[in-house]
Structure formats: structure tokens, C-alpha cells
Design a protein around this ligand. Structure first.
Ligand code: TIU
Length: 233
């Protein structure tokens, strides 16, 4: 696969696409649609909609290129044996993790609300990581999957910017992965936390990673010669 160069903060980047994957964090009905976990926490879930179209465009480009795409979902086993009691106990008992809502039991694997939204639904061959925590590396086989494929760079998208995206990026950074957070492909229930979440990643020379818009990346991908042209170069 070719390499792309595009604008990013704190500095422009060149990425060998062979060593890169797109990781889409928790674009689940439970966070984006009314009646799920996000709404149960008292949030305005419509705020996350802004990330859907940019994610869809990057996902389409990644699929076209043949880039590894990994989806994650936050949630727990139906018996909640993997849910820390202190996590479950937070919030109104009628509305907490495991309670029954309009999309099934809140944040429970296998329930309609736990699934990924239709617009970004994984293809059969795209791995889906079910994670019990906010970070995608905690108690999952994500790291093994990335190392087995020689991946060292992650394009990160999803929700929410300051919670699962930030936690995952911090985990990835400590494990030696380079993270490029796609700003408009992420969203938060709190616009100010979205901005702060991105600022924290790219500050201090990119202390946790880089932040880029999806447009510069997509433009760089669109400018790539196609396979046939590459062969004759
Ligand atoms: N509440 C909130 O902002 N986020 C989460 O609980 N999980 C994720 O970010 N996926």
C-alpha cells in the first residue's frame, strides 16, 4: 500500500498505509440514539450525530484502500460479571447498566442498543472488539490483533472524544502505537470537552498523538495513484 502525507497538528504527517489501521470507537446505538446508555447518563445524544457523516466517509475510503478497519463496542456480559460494581451502581437504578430500556438492556452485549449504528455497520471481515472498559486495550485482544498484522499507526474515530477515544489513545500511546485522532470523526456530549480532549492529545509536541481533520486525509488518499498506475511507476 502507498503512503500519504497530510496536514495534522502539531505537525504534518506521512503515514505508510501498510502499517496503519482505522479504529472506530463505540459508534453504538447506546451512545448515539435516544433511550440508551448515553441518554440514561443525562446527555443530549444528538450532539454525537456530527461525527457520523465524517466517519462514514473515512470508513468508505479505508474500505476502498483495503486498510484494516476495527470497530469497538463498550458493554458487558448479560450476567454483568465483567462490569465493576462501582460502574453499575452509578446512576438511577431504573436507568443503569443492565436495566431494561427501549433498546433492550442498557450497555449489555447482544442487545439492540449495544450494536453499532446502521450507518457505520461493520462488514463481516472487520473485527469488532467488545470491551468492558473505556479503553479499547483494557481486557481485550486488540493489541495482539494489531501486532500480528504489523500495525504501528492508528487512525482513531468515534465517541466520546474525552472518554473512550482519549482513554484508548492514551493506552495506545503507552504501548508504542502512533495515534492520529480524526477530529471531526469524534464527538462529545460536551462541545468544550471535545475541544479539550483534542487539545490534550496534540499539546506538548503531540504528547499522546496527533489530531487531523478527515478532509486533509481523504484528499491525500484521493490523490493517490490507483493500483494500476502504481505498478507502472
Ligand atoms: N459517557 C461518555 O461520554 N462515554 C462513555 O461512557 N463511553 C464512551 O465514550 N464510549
Amino acid at each position: 500500500m502507498p503512503r500519504v502525507t497530510f496536514e495534522a497538528e502539531p505537525a504534518p504527517l506521512t503515514v505508510e498505509l501498510d502499517g496503519a489501521a482505522l479504529v472506530i470507537i463505540d459508534m453504538q446505538r447506546d451512545f448515539l440514539e435516544p433511550g440508551g446508555f448515553g441518554a440514561a447518563l443525562g446527555n443530549d445524544v444528538t450532539r454525537l450525530q456530527a461525527a457520523v457523516a465524517p466517519c462514514r466517509d473515512v470508513l468508505a475510503a479505508a474500505r476502498h484502500l483495503g486498510l484494516l478497519v476495527i470497530h469497538t463496542r463498550e458493554g458487558h456480559r448479560p450476567d454483568l460479571s465483567d462490569a465493576p460494581p462501582h460502574k453499575v451502581e452509578r446512576g438511577d437504578p431504573k436507568n443503569r447498566i443492565g436495566a431494561r430500556g427501549p433498546m433492550g438492556r442498557i450497555l449489555v452485549r447482544g442487545e439492540p442498543g449495544h450494536d453499532i449504528i446502521a450507518a457505520l455497520y461493520p462488514l463481516q471481515e472487520e473485527p469488532v472488539i467488545d470491551k468492558p472498559g473505556k479503553g479499547a486495550f483494557y481486557q481485550t485482544d486488540l493489541e495482539l490483533m494489531l501486532r500480528n498484522r504489523g500495525i504501528d499507526t492508528l487512525f482513531v474515530a468515534g465517541v466520546t472524544t474525552e472518554v473512550c477515544v482519549n482513554t484508548t489513545v492514551r493506552e495506545a500511546n503507552d504501548r508504542g502505537f502512533r495515534c492520529i485522532v480524526l477530529a471531526d470523526c469524534c464527538a462529545s456530549y460536551f462541545p468544550e470537552f471535545h475541544e479539550a480532549g483534542l487539545a490534550m492529545i496534540k499539546a506538548q509536541g503531540g504528547i499522546f498523538g496527533s489530531v487531523a481533520g478527515s478532509q486533509p486525509l481523504l484528499a491525500a488518499i484521493a490523490a493517490l495513484p490507483n493500483k494500476q498506475q502504481r505498478k507502472s511507476m
